[in-house]
Write a protein that binds this ligand. Structure first.
Ligand SMILES: [Zn+2]
Length: 446
C-alpha cells in the first residue's frame, strides 16, 4: 500500500478563542468593546461614526501607527497582514516607537482579538492579539479588519436573506452573539452581503453539539463562509468607501465619476478593481455570479438521478473540504440517496445529511453508514454537506433517485395512489455528544 501523507487542518478561532482575555470580556468571540461601545450596543444605536475611523495625516490618507508590544508576537505574520491591507486599501500602517499616541499594540495574547475601530481615548495605544493559531493571513487580516472598524459579516442587519441561524444548536446563553446589529449601528455602504468576506464566521461557531449554527440559504455557498483566506473584493470595497479611498484615488486620477460597473470600483492606479465573475476594463461583462466563481466544483445542485461522491472518490478526499450536494426533486417527487460506500476518518471528517430541515441535519463519520443504507427526504430537497479536516480516507459514493411523493396532489386530476413508505430511519448514528467530544478534542495548531 502506498504511503499516505495525512494532513489536517486547524480549527478557526471562533471555535477555539477564550471568552475572556486579560484585556476584558470578548464580544462575539474576538472583539473587545469600550464601555461606550458596550453601552451603544445595548442601546442598538449608531456607532459606525467617523469618530472610530483612523485619522488622516498630512498626505490626505488615513494612517495607523503600530508597534510590537511584546517579543513573542509573530512579526512576519503581522507584517504580512498589514501588507495585505495596504495592497488593497488606501490605509497606511506606520511602525512606530512613540507610545504616546493612539496606535495598535500587536501582542501574543490568548487567542485572536481586537478592539473595533480607532479608540481615540486610548492615548497610549489599543491592544490587538495575534495569539497561537492566529497567524494565517486571513486571521491577521480579520483582526486588523476589526481594528479599522469592521464588525462581523453575519451581524449585518440584512443577513437573514443570506444565512439561517440554527438557534437550537447554539451554546446556551450565547444566542446574543448571533444578534443582528441594527442599521444605525453599522453602515454597509450599499455593498451586498458577502459569504466570502474575511469577516464572516464559519458554520460551527458557538455550537453546543457539533451541528451547524450558521447555514447558508443556498447550501452551495456554505463552503465560502469562514474560509478566511484574506480580504474579499467586497471587504476592500467597503473599507475603501469607509475611508474615502475611492474618492481620493479618483481625484488623483482627475476623474469626476466612477466608470466601474457590476460592483467594481476605481483603484489606486486609476483602473477598475473588478469583482470575481466580471471582466472588461470597466467590469462591464458579467460572466458569472460573484459567489459561483469562488466555489469549488464539488458543490452542486442536482436535479436528475445519478451518482454523487466525495471529491476525488475513490481516491482520498482532500483536507479542508466543505462541499454541498443539493438534491432537488421534480414536482411530486422526493429525493432519496442510497449509499454504496462510506469511509471517513473517526471523526474529524463528517457528512451531514439533511432530510427534513434544509438548514440542519444529522452527522455521520467513520464507517457509520452501511452500504445499501437509504435516506429519503420529507420535502423536495435533500442536502449532503461534507466537511473534512484530514485527507485520510476515500470518502463516500451514493446513488440519487426520486420517488413518488405520497402527499402530493398534482395539478392534473388524478386519484391518489398508494405508495410504499418513503422515510427509512437511518441505520446507525453516533450520539451527538460523542461526536462533539471527538471533534472538540482536536489539538489547535498554529
Ligand atoms: Zn472577529
Amino acid at each position: 500500500m502506498a504511503f499516505l501523507f495525512i494532513r489536517s487542518q486547524p480549527r478557526p478561532f471562533e471555535e477555539t478563542n477564550p471568552d475572556r482575555v486579560e484585556a476584558g470580556q470578548l464580544f462575539d468571540k474576538d472583539m473587545l468593546l469600550t464601555e461606550a461601545q458596550w453601552r451603544d450596543l445595548a442601546l442598538r444605536k449608531g456607532l459606525a461614526s467617523q469618530n472610530y475611523r483612523w485619522p488622516e495625516s498630512g498626505d490626505g490618507f488615513p494612517h495607523v501607527p503600530y508597534r510590537f508590544a511584546d517579543a513573542n508576537v509573530n512579526q512576519v505574520a503581522v507584517k504580512a497582514g498589514i501588507a495585505h491591507w495596504e495592497q488593497h486599501t488606501c490605509l497606511k500602517f506606520d511602525l512606530t516607537t512613540n507610545e504616546n499616541q493612539p496606535h495598535l499594540k500587536f501582542q501574543k495574547g490568548s487567542g485572536c482579538w481586537s478592539y473595533v475601530g480607532y479608540i481615540s481615548q486610548y492615548s497610549t495605544g489599543q491592544d490587538i492579539s495575534i495569539g497561537q493559531g492566529c497567524t494565517s493571513l486571513g486571521t491577521v487580516a480579520h483582526e486588523i479588519g476589526h481594528a479599522i472598524g469592521f464588525y462581523h459579516e453575519q451581524s449585518r442587519p440584512d443577513r437573514d436573506d443570506s444565512i439561517h441561524i440554527n438557534e437550537e444548536n447554539i451554546v446556551y446563553g450565547r444566542e446574543n452573539n448571533f444578534a443582528k446589529i441594527s442599521d444605525s449601528f453599522v453602515d454597509s455602504q450599499g455593498i451586498p452581503y458577502d459569504y466570502s468576506s474575511d469577516m464572516h464566521y464559519s458554520g460551527f461557531g458557538f455550537s453546543k453539539n457539533g451541528r451547524l449554527t450558521i447555514a447558508t440559504v443556498d447550501p452551495r455557498n456554505q463552503e465560502l463562509i469562514g474560509r478566511r483566506n484574506g480580504l474579499s473584493h467586497r471587504d476592500t470595497h467597503l473599507a475603501n468607501l469607509m475611508y474615502g479611498c475611492i474618492d481620493k484615488w479618483k481625484q488623483a486620477c482627475s476623474m469626476d465619476s466612477d466608470p466601474c460597473q457590476n460592483g467594481g470600483y476605481t483603484g489606486a492606479n486609476c483602473a477598475c478593481v473588478c469583482p470575481q465573475g466580471t471582466s472588461g476594463s470597466s467590469c462591464e461583462t458579467l460572466e458569472e455570479d460573484y459567489f459561483a466563481s469562488q466555489r469549488s466544483d464539488c458543490s452542486a445542485r442536482i436535479t436528475s438521478p445519478g451518482t454523487v461522491t466525495s471529491p476525488n472518490y475513490p481516491s482520498n478526499y482532500p483536507y479542508g473540504v466543505v462541499c454541498a450536494k443539493w438534491v432537488v426533486a421534480p414536482e411530486c417527487k422526493l429525493p432519496r440517496v442510497t449509499f454504496t460506500a462510506f469511509r471517513l476518518s473517526d471523526c474529524s471528517d463528517k457528512l451531514e445529511i439533511r432530510t427534513s430541515n434544509r438548514y440542519d441535519g444529522d452527522f455521520y463519520c467513520g464507517t457509520s453508514i452501511a452500504p445499501g443504507t437509504s435516506f429519503t427526504s420529507t420535502t423536495n430537497e435533500l442536502i449532503l454537506m461534507f466537511y473534512t479536516r484530514t485527507n485520510s480516507e476515500t470518502g463516500w459514493s451514493a446513488d440519487v433517485t426520486f420517488i413518488d411523493d405520497p402527499n402530493c396532489s398534482p395539478a392534473t386530476t388524478q386519484p391518489p395512489t398508494t405508495q410504499p413508505p418513503t422515510t427509512q430511519p437511518p441505520t446507525t448514528q453516533p450520539p451527538h455528544n460523542l461526536l462533539h467530544a471527538v471533534l472538540y478534542s482536536l489539538p489547535a495548531m498554529e
